[in-house]
Design a protein. Structure first.
Length: 205
């Protein structure tokens, strides 16, 4: 005689539910963001050529620069009008842009061999001068077909007074057609500005 089938216990029914929910979640993941391609990642460089070494002097502290959104993130900014900005699809910087610029600025000063020491806040340096700087533009300007980098720099004394101030700008032909084209142009413009800043600030520290 065949034993009649017994209903699943409440525990057995509950144990099957997470498996079904996991299957549904995996399916949703496949048809949504989980199936999206990773963003192509790009960097900016610190120039080595076009710098004029001088006698090593002074200690300089360089914080992260400030920047407006969306420039203060890790996406590549595209300007399509006076007040219309967006980010380039499928591409990103390797870090937040202000942090990248801080690192490359420090490296450019090191490459120029201008300072006895240069570093970040919190590294125990007794600074003769420090930077207060702002990234005004770091973007591909579509209407003009240019990569535009504009940075404002103030050199501060240890007591916070402004010893010198200047705005630096460079633009080179650039396209927002893809990440490689955009970032190559922005890197070239950035290198021009970093050289200008180092030459200018090195004479004032």
């Amino acid at each position: 005689m065949t034993e009649p089938a017994r209903p699943l216990s409440s525990r057995s029914r509950a144990s099957g539910r997470p498996l079904r929910l996991a299957g549904i979640a995996a399916l949703l993941c496949l048809v949504s963001a989980c199936g999206s391609s990773p963003l192509a990642t790009f960097d900016i460089s610190a120039p080595r050529d076009g710098l004029k070494p001088r006698t090593l002097r002074g200690i300089l502290v360089i914080p992260e620069p400030t920047a407006p959104a969306p420039t203060d993130g890790d996406r590549i900014v595209v300007r399509s009008g006076v007040s219309a900005v967006s980010v380039l699809a499928g591409a990103q910087w390797s870090d937040r842009l202000p942090r990248l610029l801080q690192t490359r600025m420090i490296q450019t000063f090191e490459n120029a061999k201008l300072m006895r020491s240069v570093g970040r806040p919190g590294e125990g340096l007794s600074a003769d001068r420090s930077f207060n700087w702002d990234v005004r533009r770091f973007e591909i300007d579509v209407p003009t077909g240019q990569a535009v980098v504009e940075i404002s720099v103030k050199v501060l004394t240890p007591d916070g007074r402004i010893a010198a101030a200047q705005i630096f700008r460079s633009q080179v032909p650039g396209s927002a057609s893809d990440g490689a084209s955009a970032t190559t142009a922005l890197d070239a413009a950035s290198n021009n500005v970093l050289r200008q800043i180092v030459a200018w600030a090195g004479a004032r520290i």
